[in-house]
Design a protein around this ligand. Structure first.
Ligand SMILES: Cc1cc2nc3c(=O)[nH]c(=O)nc-3n(C[C@H](O)[C@H](O)[C@H](O)COP(=O)(O)O)c2cc1C
Length: 241
């Protein structure tokens, strides 16, 4: 049986590079990806990565999101859904998936998921994953955390979600920003059951395993080169939602 489809939602938290890299890695791993993007994520993508993404289904361009990586990816496996399209398969529990990641996850989306608001397709798909007892991974970036945010994290954890903060480890001795992004993305892949070799693991006897350890074929090369040199936009872009 083919590996099940996965759902990825990009929301308006800082850390757009995590979400972009996650989509890229999942496609490279041969997994069909159902993608939805919030309007706030569009703003963050423009601010942090200079990516100009248009949300209407007829105007969404994978290359605008994925950048230079798009050329080498199986884009036929990328299924984009507008954040207001409640007719999308991922809005229904009868559409089978292998899990969902909200990466990055804003505090607003966290709150909506914690309280079952279902105001957009992202909230609804997350609700579906919780009610169907499927894997839901939320990747917040926020710091510090307020009491409401901590309580919302506890609520989603009690409901069955995995709260996976975008906190790169340092025991792998990351040398680049791409290494740190891949650490977080790799930990999301671990939760979704997607094999990868995005970082070197801690071995059974202590210490990091050598780089030759065969983890999997997902591809280590980062294709988000510009994330190492974040530029500040001089003027606000027009956002099409
Ligand atoms: C550049 C930028 C960075 C932001 N970073 C964060 C963040 O790290 N965490 C957060 O919760 N909200 C952040 N926000 C605010 C959210 O985008 C805002 O609360 C929005 O309503 C979230 O909507 P969404 O959950 O539908 O994406 C940021 C906004 C911008 C423009």
């Amino acid at each position: 049986m083919a590996a099940p489809d996965l759902v990825v939602a990009l929301t308006g938290a800082s850390g757009a590079a995590y979400g972009v890299r996650l989509v890229e890695v999942l496609l490279r791993a041969g997994r069909p990806v159902h993608l939805t993007v919030s309007p706030a994520a569009v703003e963050v993508l423009a601010t942090e990565l200079d990516r100009e993404v248009k949300l209407p289904e007829g105007e969404f361009d994978p290359a605008a999101l994925l950048g230079p990586a798009a050329g080498g990816l199986p884009l036929h496996d990328l299924h984009y859904h507008h954040y207001r399209n409640f007719r999308a398969g991922i809005a229904s529990g009868s559409f089978l998936t292998g899990g969902m990641a909200v990466c990055p996850c804003s505090m607003g989306t966290l709150a909506a998921v914690a309280h079952g608001l279902s105001e957009n397709l992202i909230h609804r798909a997350a609700d579906v994953h919780l009610k169907e007892r499927r894997k839901l991974v939320l990747v917040p970036r926020e710091t510090p955390l307020g009491l409401a945010q901590l309580r919302n994290m506890a609520a989603v954890a009690e409901a069955g979600a995995v709260v996976l903060p975008a906190m790169p480890g340092f025991y792998t001795r990351p040398k680049t920003l791409a290494d740190m992004i891949d650490f977080v993305v790799g930990r999301v892949c671990d939760q979704l059951g997607v094999e990868h070799r995005l970082f070197e693991r801690w071995g059974p006897g202590g210490g990091v395993l050598p780089a030759t350890t065969p983890f999997t074929p997902a591809g280590k090369e980062s294709t988000i080169p510009e994330c190492g040199g974040i530029s500040v936009r001089p003027a606000r872009q027009r956002i099409v939602v």
